[in-house]
Write a new protein. Structure first.
Length: 80
């Protein structure tokens, strides 16, 4: 299980699966091997949806974006 947070506010956004996290890893740029955050905007979100992003992940990010045009999210793996 993986928890998502708004990087700027540290607000908890929701939980995603390991597979959903792997989708982000495969489709978004990481700045280093230890990177645990991603920048997203509405255009990128639309592109990720076309590539098969899960409904759960899309909904979490859309809700976090709200009226903003962009967001940085970070993830945290939950042990167990």
């Amino acid at each position: 299980m993986v928890k998502l947070y708004d990087k700027a506010t540290n607000q908890y956004l929701g939980t995603i699966t390991d597979e959903e996290l792997q989708f982000l890893i495969d489709n978004l740029k990481e700045e280093s091997l230890t990177d645990v955050d991603y920048y997203l905007n509405k255009t990128m979100l639309a592109s990720l949806k076309e590539k098969g992003m899960s409904e759960n992940l899309a909904r979490l990010i859309e809700t976090a974006l709200g009226e903003r045009g962009e967001i940085e999210i970070r993830y945290e793996r939950v042990p167990g």
